[in-house]
Design a protein around this ligand. Structure first.
Ligand code: NIG
Ligand code: FE
Length: 402
């Protein structure tokens, strides 16, 4: 069914912008007083009412009251929102100055979320995930990547991935699952780090493939998580099995980005510790650099060098990392606005990082713009100048129009 929606004070289709490197606001195409013509949930074209009405007389007209700026729905390309329980205790210790090691010794950290998530059944986990998905959707995020990684055994990782699949069938949001069984070597696995990774490769990933639960594999490369050389072997083998690769890289120390670029990962995420060498590697690759300001805010640490990454020519996406430990807030727009002030990112760079550049990190080439044929996942902000959106630092909220 054809639908004509409008009018919009400004429409930003975000088309015709480069995938990599810096963007200026004067490069943004801004269509004033335009309408959007869609057909069965896909965009056909944008233009003035009179012409679209004349050329498509059968289209149903949906008039939007008030003045609005229209953007494509946001894409959050990195979350861990399939979990149970809380880590408020960790956070309280952290803001009292306790170290990561102190927190982990006190029973906190990723392992605590693993135990709390294992205690929930698949239905409960699906419900908890859906609550977070609906909150994100209400805040303008229409495509959401969701990682496993709080199961850390074949059975428990499958439970998480099945919960993500079940949730995706019960929401209007598009969910993209990622297998993060290599988040941490579980405390109850009797063997080396390498033995655990081999176990995942031979006993989990074939089932993930067979059940079509995801085609994406992630690993956390860090002191205390997985070593770079073990990760490289694991990722190469996962890639041979047909998985797209993404990496938790350079969060506290470098090493992850080099592995991500070497295996041709679709994205390298975190990058708070990245230096000139890593920035260059990313800029000269097709691996998307994903900044996660929510983790910097949650941990009270520096942001990824987003400005330098863009200036060097990298493709920069911005994601929330929403998780119970390091990034419990999960407000993507607010985090992107804060990052833009700290790192000096233009409106164009932030909107690109939240839309078509984030789509690239998920290999969803047909999303994140208002081009013909893309899904009509529109968000309308109640203002008449797109610059109000970041200026209000997340307080100006959009309404989703499907
Ligand atoms: O991306 N860095 C590793 N994993 C998550 C944190 C997960 C947790 O603390 O539960 C992250 O920040
Ligand atoms: Fe993460």
């Amino acid at each position: 069914m054809k639908k004509l929606t409008g009018p919009f004070t400004q429409i930003l289709p975000l088309t015709g912008l480069s995938l990599k490197g810096p963007l200026r606001d004067d490069q943004l195409q801004v269509i004033t007083n335009g309408w959007v013509l869609t057909n069965n949930g896909r965009i056909i074209t944008i233009g003035p009412f009179e012409r679209l009405r004349r050329d498509h007389p059968s289209a149903q007209v949906e008039e939007i009251a008030g003045r609005h700026v229209l953007l494509p729905g946001f894409i959050d390309c990195h979350t861990h929102i399939c979990y149970a329980g809380s880590r408020a205790k960790d956070y309280a210790m952290r803001i009292q100055g306790k170290s990561y090691l102190d927190i982990s010794k006190a029973g906190g950290g990723i392992w605590d979320s693993v135990l709390q998530t294992r205690a929930a059944d698949e239905e409960m986990l699906t419900e908890l995930l859906l609550l977070r998905v609906e909150r994100h959707l209400a805040e303008g995020v229409t495509t959401i990547e969701v990682k496993s990684g709080y199961g850390l055994s074949v059975k428990e990782e499958l439970k998480q991935l099945r919960a993500i699949k079940a949730a995706s069938q019960r929401t209007q949001a598009t969910l993209v699952a990622t297998c993060l069984a290599a988040h941490l070597k579980p405390k109850d696995f009797d063997g080396t780090q390498n033995e655990y990774l081999v176990h995942i490769l031979s006993d989990l990933l074939p089932i993930v493939k067979k059940e079509n639960l995801t085609n994406r594999v992630d690993i956390f490369i860090e002191d205390g998580a997985f070593k770079a050389d073990n990760a490289l072997n694991y990722l190469n083998r996962a890639k041979q099995m047909g998985f797209d690769i993404t990496v938790h890289a350079d969060q506290f120390s470098t090493g992850g980005t080099a592995v991500a670029v070497e295996v041709g990962a679709v994205s390298a995420d975190h990058l708070e510790a990245s230096k000139g060498k890593e920035i260059k590697l990313l800029a000269n690759s097709n691996t998307v650099a994903v900044a996660l300001p929510g983790a910097s805010l949650g941990l009270g640490m520096q942001y990824a060098p987003a400005r330098k990454l863009l200036d060097a020519g990298a493709c920069l996406a911005i994601a929330s990392d929403w998780n119970p430990g390091s990034a419990p807030m999960g407000d993507l727009l607010m985090q992107a606005a804060v990052l833009s002030a700290a790192e000096k990112l233009s409106n164009a760079e932030v909107f690109a990082g939240l839309t078509f550049r984030a789509a690239q990190a998920l290999r969803l080439s047909n999303r994140g713009t208002l081009a013909t044929g893309t899904p009509a996942e529109l968000q309308a902000f109640p203002c008449d100048d797109y610059r109000e959106i970041l200026y209000q630092q997340g307080k100006l909220r959009s309404q989703i129009l499907y």
